[in-house]
Design a protein around this ligand. Structure first.
Ligand code: CA
Length: 234
């Protein structure tokens, strides 16, 4: 059975551009729904079944930036903005609001197709990652729902930072992770987080998961370097 085709929504008020793009993407097997305003696309987007959104920045009513802000707040949908030559600032704002990519008009449709393919691969990989359920040392870690349970099925309550740190470790088993890399992975901005924060978080994870720092089985200290996730994953 072949997988279902990716569903792409186009919001573009310029009819020729919109129709040509929709036809082009459909010719590559994608399912395409196109709208001339954001408002008309909202009902479909709310269903959560759309894989990728291509939105013009300049639209009557809600513009591409507003759609980006709204969608990013509630979904992991891939977002590509179409921007005019004069939208330099908006393009940057768009990326900051969570758009994944942008294409300048007039665009080369092959280039846009390449970006669509690339982004669909990335979002599919992300989804697979966040749905994963991992097991190590008797613990079950459901990465998507952020739940950790012990062998008896009791939940281990983790803070957001502890969860994010654990996620970085389980996806990099056996690798020495230095503190800077761990900080970069768990904080999404460059604010005063210092490397000591990582030591504290690892200490807390060790304590919650019953890992003895003197005889570690999960988080092994690599002196002068960082930490290694040494538990066996299955
Ligand atoms: Ca427009």
């Amino acid at each position: 059975m072949s997988p279902r085709p990716a569903h792409i929504v186009i919001v573009e008020d310029e009819p020729v551009t919109r129709t040509a793009l929709a036809d082009y993407l459909e010719s590559f097997g994608y399912r395409v729904s196109d709208f001339d305003t954001a408002e008309k696309a909202e009902k479909l987007l709310a269903q959560g079944t759309v894989d990728l959104l291509i939105a013009d920045i300049n639209l009557a009513g809600k513009d591409g930036l507003e759609i980006t802000r709204e969608q990013r707040a509630r979904s992991e949908i891939g977002i590509i903005l179409l921007s005019g030559r004069t939208d330099d600032v908006d393009r940057i704002v768009g990326l900051e609001l969570g758009a994944d990519d942008y294409v300048c008009k007039p665009f080369n449709r092959r280039e846009l197709l390449a970006r669509v393919k690339n982004l669909l691969r990335r979002t599919a990989a992300m989804r697979a990652l966040t749905r994963r359920v991992l097991h190590f040392n008797g613990f079950t870690f459901d990465v998507g729902s952020r739940q950790v349970t012990n062998a008896a099925g009791d939940p281990i309550v983790l803070t957001r930072a502890e969860y994010e740190l654990l996620r970085v470790f389980v996806f990099n088993p056996g690798t020495v992770m230095d503190r800077d890399r761990l900080i970069a992975a768990i904080t999404h901005r460059q604010d005063g987080t210092n490397t000591r924060t990582i030591d504290v978080l690892v200490q807390r994870l060790r304590s919650k998961l019953g890992d003895d720092p003197k005889a570690p089985r999960i988080f092994t200290t690599s002196h002068g370097e960082g930490y290694v996730f040494t538990a066996l994953l299955d």
